[in-house]
Design a protein around this ligand. Structure first.
Ligand code: SF4
Length: 378
């Protein structure tokens, strides 16, 4: 699978700790696409597994004009075998999804899934987060996307905000997938400063848990089924791309700050857009592989790292952790460690006392999945 990172945003959301640059000027976007095409050329031999999903994430991929997206798509088609691709997602912000943009996007005949960052349907909450769109624009974006022929649409919400959900204005029948993330106050963000200075007051843990349950009920009532802590889908519309991440399928990450994984090594590209473009431009001009030493860093995962990742990703899904995948040396320790969580009702075994059992988080356990997994780490 392939991930393309688009590192630009129109402006910075208050809660965001991702690497992204506020885009100014077409030249910068053009240089970024030039560099991305160079990276594809360089790495086209790397993907040994069939590519089944492509995901454009960010940042804000819908900030790219469609003609620039077309250059990226052309590069992907030229460098990789996409004949087995099933799902191609573009992350988008509502304000970008005008009828014209969507028509142009559809004309590329490449993207078959949109993931739209709605976050909230309350204008006050959207202003608090420094989002550029209004609730009305979010609703319009989804309707425009359906009219343009996009039948597979996911929308993102954030809970843990001071206001409650205003779902009455939203037609869930138009979407196939929903994601809900708890608002977290990351150090170094504008939100962290606002909270510290008392300018923003966020709900306490009990209210956040209440909102989580309210969302869960609203999504289930609308016909979605939870398949991961933050993700719900109509049957057959689970995100194939994300599900593959959780199965630890190798992936190729292109663009500044993009991560790649080949089953054994994890590498991450330099995060600065300027540095990324410069390294690849120098390489293009001089064709000297030494110039690429600043493009990425890499680490080799130990067996313990791989096991910890398996715990973290599996316990966040309703499928759970297949005990047959746990290395022999950690099994006894794991059985001892999980008993208190089984007693507490957070985990259950699919077939108790069988070594081929699966450890499945209960709905309550899913709420504590990250903390529980961290406790089980070696
Ligand atoms: S649009 Fe997304 S990536 Fe960009 S600043 Fe907002 S949250 Fe961060």
């Amino acid at each position: 699978m392939i991930y393309v990172h688009v590192p630009f945003c129109h402006r910075k959301c208050t809660y965001c700790a991702f690497y992204s640059r506020v885009a100014r000027g077409e030249r910068r976007v053009e240089s970024y696409v030039d560099a991305l095409l160079d990276e594809m050329e360089l790495r086209k031999g790397e993907q040994a597994h069939p590519i089944r999903t492509v995901y454009f994430g960010g940042g804000t991929p819908s900030l790219l004009p469609v003609d620039e997206l077309a250059r990226v798509v052309e590069g992907l088609r030229r460098c990789f075998d996409l004949s087995q691709v099933e799902e191609v997602t573009l992350e988008a912000n509502p304000e970008d999804l005008t009828p014209q943009y969507l028509a142009d996007l559809a004309s590329l005949r490449f993207f078959n899934r949109l993931s739209i960052g709605i976050q909230s349907l309350d204008d006050q909450a959207l202003r608090l987060l420094n989002r550029r769109h209004t609730a009305r624009q979010a609703v319009d974006a989804v309707e425009n996307a359906r009219r343009a022929g996009f039948g597979n649409i996911s929308v993102d919400f954030i809970y843990g905000l001071p206001s409650d959900f205003q779902f009455s204005i939203f037609n869930f029948q138009l979407v196939t997938h929903v994601s809900a993330y708890a608002l977290t106050v990351e150090p170094g963000t504008t939100l962290a400063v606002q909270v510290e200075q008392g300018r923003v007051s966020l709900p306490g843990e009990d209210e956040v848990v209440r909102q989580y349950h309210a969302l869960h009920e609203a999504f289930e009532a609308a016909g979605f089924r939870q398949y991961e802590v933050s993700n719900y889908a109509r049957p057959g519309f689970e995100s194939r791309h994300n599900s593959r991440y959780w199965n630890r399928t190798p992936y190729l990450g292109l663009g500044p700050a993009a991560h790649s994984f080949d089953g054994r090594h994890r590498r991450w590209n330099v995060s600065s857009v300027e540095e990324y473009c410069k390294v690849l431009k120098d390489f293009r001009d001089l064709r000297d592989l030494r110039d690429l030493k600043d493009l990425f860093q890499q680490e080799t995962l130990t067996e313990a790292d791989a096991y910890n990742e398996l715990l973290m990703t599996s316990l966040r899904t309703v499928r759970g952790l297949d005990l047959a995948l746990v290395p022999e040396e950690y099994r006894e320790r794991l059985h001892r460690q999980v008993q208190p969580y089984i007693d507490r009702g957070w985990l259950q075994l699919s077939t108790p006392h069988s070594p081929l059992s699966t450890l499945i988080p209960t709905p309550e356990g899913l709420l504590h999945a990250d903390g529980m997994a961290a406790e089980l780490f070696v």
